[in-house]
Write a protein that binds this ligand. Structure first.
Ligand SMILES: NC(=O)c1ccc[n+]([C@@H]2O[C@H](COP(=O)([O-])OP(=O)(O)OC[C@H]3O[C@@H](n4cnc5c(N)ncnc54)[C@H](OP(=O)(O)O)[C@@H]3O)[C@@H](O)[C@H]2O)c1
Length: 270
């Protein structure tokens, strides 16, 4: 049965790349599970399955607590390619199903074939639901035009205080159709500038500025967020963002310091 997406999850990009960091990464993901951050996001692309291996270690014995997300490479998003890629990911993850299987980005495989492949995996129970990533409004329209495409459950996209273009058309489009928006890179890979409004809001809510920035991405109920840290202390910091609710004055101040674009911009990616 499809479960609602948890509001905040942990990313795993670059996990597994450095063997010396692996134990810390596993511990960070486990700390997240202990704090109720049950969504874990990975991809076959991340370290050619090495990130999925770290996730497998972290969720060992705890699979039912986890909302597990992985992604298929665009060139594998064909009927046969997706079936094989999904089996590989399940093997790396040491599980029999993922909760959400995403098309990592769009390339030239026809979307009708990709949607049919994802629907086939859903019907076979290999994924509970499926979605896309890095899809702009026109890509979503094409997805929904394909037979079965309206079952697309989520679109994972770049979103943070510095990159707000999706607020104009993509977020409302997804909201109208019940597609969850999953924000990635919410703290700009650790490089988000902390401007006065963010520092002030963080202090008022008793969280760090980066935790406040994560909370800001989740202020719209249609947006869930994936943040990454290979350190348990930072994971604890981010878990605190779930209790932050900004008031209108704080949101206006953040709008002044981190303005949204005033015209439509193409979807940005990292
Ligand atoms: N679908 C896609 O195309 C796509 C693209 C990008 C990302 N994603 C997913 O979204 C997840 C999150 O995005 P992200 O990893 O790009 O970026 P992010 O969550 O904005 O930032 C993560 C990076 O910032 C560092 N960091 C975190 N907190 C910090 C702090 N308080 N001070 C300094 N540095 C800090 C982390 O290092 P430490 O680990 O050392 O803490 C890590 O290198 C990814 O891991 C991945 O699962 C998906």
């Amino acid at each position: 049965m499809t479960r609602p997406l948890p509001r905040l999850g942990l990313g795993t990009w670059q996990m597994g790349d450095d063997p010396a960091r692996r134990a810390y990464e596993v511990a960070a993901l486990r700390a997240g599970l202990d704090l109720g951050l049950s969504m874990i996001d990975t991809a076959e692309y991340y370290g050619h399955g090495r990130s999925e291996g770290v996730v497998a270690d972290a969720i060992a014995g705890r699979r039912d607590e986890v909302f597990l997300v992985t992604k298929v490479m665009p060139r594998n998003a064909t009927r046969r390619g997706a079936a094989a890629a999904c089996e590989r990911s399940l093997r790396h993850l040491r599980t029999d199903r993922v909760d959400l299987y995403l098309v990592h980005w769009r390339e030239d495989v026809p979307l009708e074939e990709t949607v049919a492949a994802m629907e086939g995996l859903r019907e076979a129970g290999k994924c509970v639901s499926w979605g896309v990533s890095n899809f702009d409004v026109h890509d979503m329209e094409d997805t929904f035009a394909a037979p079965g495409g309206a079952r697309c459950a989520a679109n994972q996209v770049y979103y943070n205080l510095l990159h707000r273009g999706i607020e104009r058309r993509l977020v409302p489009w997804c909201a109208r159709r019940g597609v969850a928006v999953m924000a990635y890179t919410p703290v700009e890979s650790g490089r988000l500038p902390v401007r006065p409004s963010l520092a002030a809001a963080a202090e008022r809510h008793g969280v760090t500025p980066f935790a406040a920035a994560v909370a800001w991405t989740m202020r719209d109920p249609g947006v869930v967020t994936i943040v990454k840290s290979g350190r348990a202390d930072r994971v604890r910091e981010y878990a605190a963002s779930l209790r932050v609710r900004f008031d209108e004055a704080e949101l206006s101040a953040l709008d002044r310091d981190y303005p949204a674009p005033t015209r439509d911009v193409p979807l940005e990616t990292v």
